[in-house]
Structures are given as C-alpha cells and as structure tokens.
Design a protein around this ligand. Structure first.
Ligand code: GLC
Length: 742
C-alpha cells in the first residue's frame, strides 16, 4: 500500500514540478515574444561596475542609460544591498523591466573569507568544503549578489601557473568531488532561496594546462587527456546542477575556448545536456581577434555565438555586432533566442521577476554578515587545510607552559594578505576583519607566556638589516616560530612565476635563526607549491599554511598548540625544482622508469636531480600515527557489472586524537593504451581517538576501472589490477590484486 501512496505522491510532485517548469518556460517564451532584437542582445551583454574592475579596463561611459534602454543583462563587481538596488532600480525603468543579474568573484568567501581553494582542497574534507561555500553564498546573497564566478575547477599540474591557488589541484577524482561539493554549497537548497547563489563552473576548459605555466597561454593536449583528465570536474559541476559556466581565455589545440563548439555545444550543451548558460571570461570574445582566430569583433561575435557562448563579458562584441549579423542572415535569431531563454530562465528561477530587490535588503545584510557562527566555521575549515610537512623533533604541538616565544618574519603581522589573491574589497561594509598570525598567537597563549616579535626581513628585498634584531629576539625565546613565503599576490590571475622559490632573503634569515640553536617552527605561506629545498632539508619543523582567510591567525594557533591536530594532505605534487615541471603523481610508467633515485643510466631521469618530487601528492603528517591493517577484498575476480567490497582497519597508534585521509589508488596493469602508475579512486577522512580502531569499507566498481580507449570510448578492459591503500600516493600501506574477467 505504502509504495502506491509514494508512487502517487511522486506523480503529484512530478505534475507540480512540471507545472512550475512549464510555467517558467511559458513565462520565458511569452517575454521573449515581446522583446525586440536589441533587447534580446542586451541580455547577452555584461559590464563591470564603475567601482571595481577585475580585468583590462574598458570604457563604457553610459552604463546607467544602457541599463534603462535594456542594453545590459547582467553586471559584475556590483556588491552590497544598497549598491545593487541602485542599479536594479535603473533596470526597472526599462521598457520590459527585465531585472539585472549581479555576479561577483566570491571565490572563497564574501566578508568572512575561507582558505584559498587550493588550501581547502588540502583538507580533503568534502562536507567542510561544501559548508565553506554555503557560508560564502549566504553572505553574498544577503549582499545583493545572485551569482558567484566560482568554483574554479581547472585541473592544474603546473605550480608556475598562479591560478593553482584557485582550484583543487592536480587530481581528477579529488577535483571532481570538490567541484561537486562547491556547487552544492553555493546553490544550497536551490536557486530562489535567499541564501543561495548561482554557481559558475570555470574556466571551461583546460585553462590549467597553459604551456609553461604561463597564464592565458595556449593549451595543446590529446583529446583523450582532455576527456579523461581535464573535463570530469566540469561534468561533476553539471551533475551538481551548476547554473552557469564560464569559458576560458586559452585556445585548446588551436581553437579558443570561447569559440570552441566542440566543448561548448557538442559536449557541454549536447552530450551533457547542460541547461544553464555560458559566460565568456573578461573580454575573451573580443580577444579571439588577438588570438588570430577572428578577423574583427564582428567575426568574433559570430564565432562565439555559434560556438555556444551565451553572455559577452566586457568585450562589446555582441552589443555592437549581433544585430547586424542577424540582418545580414549570417546568424539566425534562434541562436540568440536560445541564449536569451537560458538567461531569462535563471532570472525567473531566482525569483527576480516577482521581486527584483529580494536579495537587496540592507537590514538582512547586516545581520547575516556579522553572524559569529561564520567566523567559527572559517576557523575550523582553515585548521583542516593546514599541512604538517615535518615535525622531526616533536616541537609541535607547543606546550602551554612555554615562557617565551619569538614570532619572526615578514608574514607575522600581515592582515589583508591572509585573504589571498581573490579577496573582494567590499563596498558598504568593513571587510578588514582578519585575525593576523600575530593576533592568533596572542589570543592563544596564556598570560604566563611572553611573545616577542621581529620582522627580520621583507618578503622580496635583499635587505638583511633586520636580521640582527631577529637573532637577538630569537636568543631570548624558548621556541622560535618563523613565518615566511611568497607575497599573497604572487599567486592568482596573471601571476605566473618561472622561479617558485621563497623570494628575497627569507631563507637566509632562517639559516641565521637556525644557528641560534633554538627550536624553530617554520610556517610557509603561499598560494601554490613552492620550492624550498634548503628549508625542507635543514629545518626540523615545517607547516604549510597557504593563505587561510579571516581566521588565519586563530587557525594557525589552534594547530601549533594541538587544539587541532593537523590533517591536511597535499592536493598537488611539490617539485624539487622548476626543471621537473610538469610533475604529477599519476604519470605513465614509460619503458624505462628509474629503479630508484640514483638510477640514471638509460632511464627516464634527470642527471642533476632525483626523480622523485620534494613532497608527494596526498602527503601530510599528523601529531599522531596511524596503522593500516587487515585489508580484505570480497573476491579476487570481478565481472564488469559486478563489484568488489574492500575492507581495512585504521588504528590511531599515537597519543593525540586526529584525522587521517585514507587514500585508495588503483593501477590498471595492462591497457590498450598505457595507464597511470596509480590513480586516486576513493578516499575517506576518518577521525580517531588515541588507540581507537575503525573498519573502513570501499567498493570497487566498473566506474573506478574505466578509461577512454584509443577510440575515445569510455570503457573497461579485462585484465589484472592492483589495489593500493595508503597515507599518500607514495606511502602505500596495503596492497591487493584482483582481476576484471570480462
Ligand atoms: C577574470 C578571471 C575570471 C573572473 C572574471 C571576472 O579575468 O579570469 O576568473 O571570474 O575575470 O572577474
């Protein structure tokens, strides 16, 4: 009986949903019929505010008049309940009163900022990552924002590329899980909820594979690598219901993404049936002229609209050329109608036609943005993002009985830097709320502990005049903490570095402080993997603190004192030298792999470097230790449509409670195309008390064994596989073999 009742409820739900969807589609169509061609093209045009620019400045002097004339469909960099209301009031003066969309780069937080996305990825904590996006959306939506230009889901294997800070690192499986979590976090219970914003999966596609790690540079790769390595996080974003996509500046195998019908129409809107809309990146439509792919802006407009780019951010190519292309029968108005429909549908789903000002409530903005719960969440997510690289002498966690601590280095008292590159200088509210590393330690230490400070040096200069004072202060201390790294905006957009060392004389300062013989804890702040071999080889205690956001200081103090036991694992491989790049864990074996670090004869190795990276993908230490044991697999043979149940035990064998990221890798021993030496296919983050054991379960199914064969078919092949479970990609603790029989 119950199943009939549930069936009837489901049928009713379907009718209601269909009615609602049917209603929105009907509303879209009836509005479309009233629109002139000019008004339709206006919906495809996006300008930045006059208050804030995040790209090459373009001059559009009459934006207010343009809005009233229906020439602008959306704006970016307009934020704040009052500021967005001002612009929306202009849109309500237009003939058809079509509301504006307001988009903003809410990359890792709005007022309350979270760790940069690469740092968050190091937490491997999907619920925490989703919650972080949830809080960001809640604050942004309370500030008039309908749409965030996030998550950035570009796979990145080259740390010279400054935008690695913005994504989830080098791995497709981890990147796909995080993409899904971030979209779910931003969109929450669905568009139209006042604490949700539209997500925007970017940059479509393969932007992270820029040759030389140089931003905006060309991308050239096999179609199989594109499909198998770079596109899955975007598919995960579609599966999570991402409302929009943003394409990328780069050309892919000679075709700029903005004009690339294969990825935008065949794959995204075709095979994946994406119903949202695609936004160009800043000026990328017009830049197809610079690429040498379009003759002029009119040709660029033609190429972009036919390739499925729906909205033109800041290039004016659509505004000044689409009408003429229609009048000359170069394009059909149905192409424009499809783009307009996609945009209007989202405006209806957001409820903007019922109430254009529903996200612009100054009172609600004030309440939401100053919710203390948000800072608490930010502090927890930040602590989970910290990666402990070395703790050889167990200096950490620090004792609360320490009498004197010297906190030294150019990062110690910085405030804004902790936001990382993508922080929004907010209008209307004070966004200066950031806990510096110095303040965090002050908040933590008891009155019996004396804190001493010295800057020691700048981030980039060669001036060593501060060393003497730093050494003097260090000699008075029981423990020395040194906070060094790259400047916060040495990573981010257009921030590629050919040398990814720690700049200036910071490591020289470290050498001098080491000579004092004091116990030294090194904090490294960065938006990317850095090269710091001297520090890595000579210092006993190293913590990678990235840029951790508003609560950086408190989170770092929590980790240093063991109030949070570090659990982060590297989402990117750390090279020994730029000469190793690209270097990533899931590479092919080649016919001549080196047997070990010293093997240099007739093998794939550098004469002047060990073959391994400095730190491996998935690596990170804890204040406790974990034992992996009792691996059992349900059977050693599997049918394609079958599965294998995997079980193992994890025990906390140390004296601190802590979390471990148990990583499951798979190697396909032989394939019709060569297969990676191992690939991450699952993971679980587990919290254990000292002495506690938990049994973990995984499932191997055909999805985890599939790949694109030579004919680009997503398939499996019978044969032998190796299952590996470990604490990192290079620290495998348990192994088993199994066979796929058909
Ligand atoms: C920038 C970035 C993009 C951002 C956009 C708007 O150039 O590439 O990620 O969302 O412009 O600021």
């Amino acid at each position: 009986m119950q199943k009939y009742f549930l069936g009837f409820v489901g049928f009713l739900f379907g009718i209601v949903t269909y009615a609602q969807t049917q209603t929105i589609d009907q509303k879209v169509d009836s509005l479309l019929q009233k629109m002139t061609l000019e008004e339709k093209i206006g919906q495809l045009n996006q300008y930045t505010s006059d208050w804030h620019q995040t790209g090459p400045i373009t001059i559009n002097p009459n934006k207010q008049a343009d809005i009233i004339n229906g020439q602008i469909g959306s704006m970016l960099n307009v934020m704040g309940a009052n500021y967005t209301r001002q612009y929306q009031e202009l849109a309500m003066q237009s003939r058809l009163k079509i509301p504006l969309l307001f988009g903003l780069d809410v990359i890792h937080g709005y007022k309350t900022t979270f760790p940069i996305p690469l740092a968050e990825a190091a937490s491997w904590d999907l619920p925490a990552i989703e919650l972080s996006a949830r809080v960001a959306a809640t604050e942004a939506a309370a500030s008039g924002i309908h749409w965030t230009f996030a998550p950035m889901v570009d796979i990145a294997r080259d740390p010279r590329w400054g935008r690695v800070m913005e994504g989830a690192g080098e791995d497709t499986y981890l990147g796909s899980k995080i993409a899904y979590a971030r979209v779910k976090g931003f969109q929450g219970d669905g568009l139209g909820n006042l604490n949700s914003v539209m997500a925007c999966a970017k940059h479509f596609a393969a932007y992270g594979a820029a040759v030389g790690g140089r931003d905006y540079n060309s991308v050239d790769m096999s179609e199989r690598m594109l499909l198998e390595t770079y596109l899955p996080p975007f598919k995960a974003a579609v599966d999570a219901g991402a409302a929009t996509f943003m394409n990328s500046f780069n050309d892919i195998n000679g075709i700029p993404a903005t004009g690339n019908a294969y990825i935008q129409r065949d794959i995204l809107k075709g095979k994946w049936n994406f119903q949202g809309f695609v936004l160009s990146d800043w000026g990328s439509i017009g830049e197809m002229v610079t690429h040498g792919y379009a003759k002029d802006p009119k040709d660029a407009a033609y190429l972009a609209i036919t390739a499925g780019s729906d909205v033109d951010m800041e290039s004016n190519a659509y505004r000044y050329n689409l009408a003429q292309l229609v009048q000359e029968n170069k394009i059909s108005v149905t192409l424009i109608d499809d783009a307009v429909r996609r945009i209007l549908r989202k405006k209806f789903e957001l409820g903007l036609f019922e109430d254009p000002y529903r996200y612009a409530d100054p009172t609600r903005q004030q309440e939401v943005l100053f919710n203390p719960e948000h800072a608490k969440i930010a502090r927890e997510v930040a602590a989970k993002s910290v990666v402990l690289l070395k703790n050889e002498k167990q200096i950490l966690p620090l004792s609360k009985d320490l009498k004197t601590i010297a906190f030294i280095g150019p990062m110690v008292k910085l405030k804004r830097a902790n936001h990382g590159f993508w922080a929004i200088d907010l209008k209307e509210i004070d966004s200066s709320y950031i806990v510096s590393q110095w303040e965090g330690l002050q908040n933590k230490v008891g009155k019996n502990t004396k804190l001493l400070y010295a800057k020691g040096c700048d981030i980039e200069s060669t001036d060593k005049s501060g060393f003497a004072q730093a050494i003097k202060v260090a000699k008075k201390a029981d423990v020395v903490i040194v906070s060094i790294g790259e400047r916060y905006n040495m990573s981010g957009e257009a921030k590629s570095r050919s040398n990814i060392g720690i700049p200036g004389v910071q490591e020289d300062l470290l050498k001098e402080l080491k000579k004092t013989g004091k116990p030294v804890v090194v904090l490294i702040n960065a938006g990317r993997p850095l090269v710091f071999n001297w520090t890595a080889d000579n210092m006993s205690t190293i913590v990678y603190t990235w840029w951790l956001g508003s609560e950086a200081g408190n989170a770092i103090a929590d980790v240093l004192y063991g109030d949070y036991n570090p659990s982060g694992k590297l989402p990117m491989t750390f090279p020994r030298d730029e000469g190793q790049i690209p270097i990533y864990y899931n590479h092919f074996n080649t016919g001549r792999p080196p047997k070990d670090e010293q093997d240099k004869i007739n093998v794939s190795a550098y004469l002047d470097l060990p073959s391994s990276p400095k730190y491996h993908f998935g690596f990170g230490l804890s204040y406790t230790t974990f034992q992996y044991s009792d691996l059992k697999i349900s059977q050693s043979q599997m049918q394609t449509d079958g599965s294998i149940d995997v079980e193992m035990k994890l025990t906390n064998t140390g004296e601190y409670a802590g979390a471990e990221v148990v990583q499951l890798y798979i190697k396909d021993i032989v394939g019709s195309v060569v297969r990676p030496i191992l690939e991450l296919k699952d993971f679980q983050k587990v919290n254990l008390a000292p002495g506690e054991t938990q049994t973990l379960h995984f499932k191997i199914d055909k999805e985890k064994l599939s790949f694109f064969n030579q004919r680009l078919e997503w398939t499996t092949e019978p044969g032998a596989f190796e299952l590996m479970i470990g604490a990192s990609s290079a620290d495998i603790r348990l192994r088993a073999n199994f066979e796929l029989t058909n």
